[in-house]
Design a protein around this ligand. Structure first.
Ligand code: DAH
Length: 331
């Protein structure tokens, strides 16, 4: 019987151990781990089994050392196998304790919608001019939306085709989604005595067909200033100061004669910024039919989408409401 030299036996063992550890570490799934197990630890034709057979060929004096190294190698390969099995079982979390000091998953934060940003900015600028922000309901009665504003029963603005009347009534008249924020002027004057300096921003509703400049729901800024001695000059200078601050730079304000039932005289308000004139809303001196007190005052109503579109260079107001984050993320 030929004697196997101890050195070559040990070298064989080392090579096997290195190959096994490498193969098990590289195994990406349970199948690969199982293939490695069969190759190295397989009971019939595993490489470890083959080396075990060489043990008997060692010289008598080499047997204890050979056996000891063989057992160590088998344990090392078994340990590597267990580690690999644990890893591919997806039980990394179960094996490793949770490390609470690791950075967390980042939370994807949204941001404030451009119309809301505009509303907040308008409130802030108007506050600096002494205007207090107030609020009113979006579901209104006809008194506040029309009658109190001297919009009489025959006025075309009350047409059912131009308003969202509800199937719910208060008294004899159906309620409606307010078609203008001028309602808030009335609500404030009902509760408070002059002097008044208020601004109200909110949604209004009209059954318009949506296009680049119309939408069935939009926002208005309503301003009301009541104090003895108020003139159109005050109105113009408040609008100009507001617009110059909001848009940045010099804004020119132009008044065109117009008619609103609740102001006398009434004007359309145009603004020029960067060489372009745009109609931004209406304004005027509060009509005595609305304000019985002898004091004078002015009021104005501007479109929030219009001033936001001008400021941000948006050419289609429908973009504000498409909820496309690629558009909204720009602001
Ligand atoms: N409420 C008017 C509208 O929706 C806008 C308006 C015009 C408001 C004149 C005012 C005003 O306060 O004085 O068309």
């Amino acid at each position: 019987m030929s004697t196997v030299p101890l050195e070559s036996f040990l070298a064989e063992l080392d090579r096997l151990k290195a190959d096994a550890v490498e193969a098990l570490a590289a195994a990406v799934d349970a199948d690969a781990v199982e293939r490695a197990r069969i190759e190295f630890l397989g009971a019939k034709s595993g490489r470890l089994k083959a080396i075990q057979k060489l043990l008997g060929g060692l010289g008598g004096a080499d047997k204890p050392a050979g056996g000891k190294h063989f057992n160590e190698a088998r344990e090392a390969v078994s340990a590597a196998l267990e580690a690999a099995q644990g890893r591919v079982a997806g039980s990394a979390a179960a094996v490793e304790p949770l490390d609470v000091t690791l950075p967390g998953q980042p939370v994807r934060l949204g941001h404030v919608h451009p119309i809301t940003q505009t509303i907040r900015r308008v409130q802030e600028i108007m506050a600096r001019l002494g205007f207090e922000s107030v609020d009113g309901p979006e579901v209104e009665d006809q008194w506040h939306n029309f009658d109190a504003l001297a919009i009489n029963a025959e006025h075309p603005a009350r047409d059912p085709l131009d308003n969202f009347y509800l199937a719910v009534a208060r008294g004899a008249d159906p309620l409606l989604l307010r078609s203008q924020t001028s309602t808030v002027q009335i609500r404030v004057m009902e509760r408070r005595e002059p002097p008044l300096r208020i601004v109200s921003l909110g949604r209004v509703y009209r059954p318009d067909t949506a296009d680049a400049t119309h939408y069935p729901m939009f926002h208005q800024v309503e301003g009301l200033y009541v104090e003895p001695g108020t003139t159109m000059a005050h109105l113009k200078s408040v609008l100009r100061q507001f617009a110059s601050t909001f848009l940045g730079g010099d804004v020119h304000v132009r008044f065109r004669p117009s008619f609103f039932p609740f102001t006398e005289p009434s004007v359309e308000v145009d603004m020029e910024w960067g060489g372009r004139w745009i109609e931004m809303g209406g304004a005027g001196m509060v009509d005595p039919a609305v304000l019985e007190a002898v004091v004078s005052g002015f009021a104005f109503g501007l479109g929030v989408e219009r001033i936001a579109a001008r400021r941000y260079g948006v050419t289609d107001i429908r973009d504000f409401y498409r909820n496309d984050v690629r558009f909204l993320e720009q602001f």
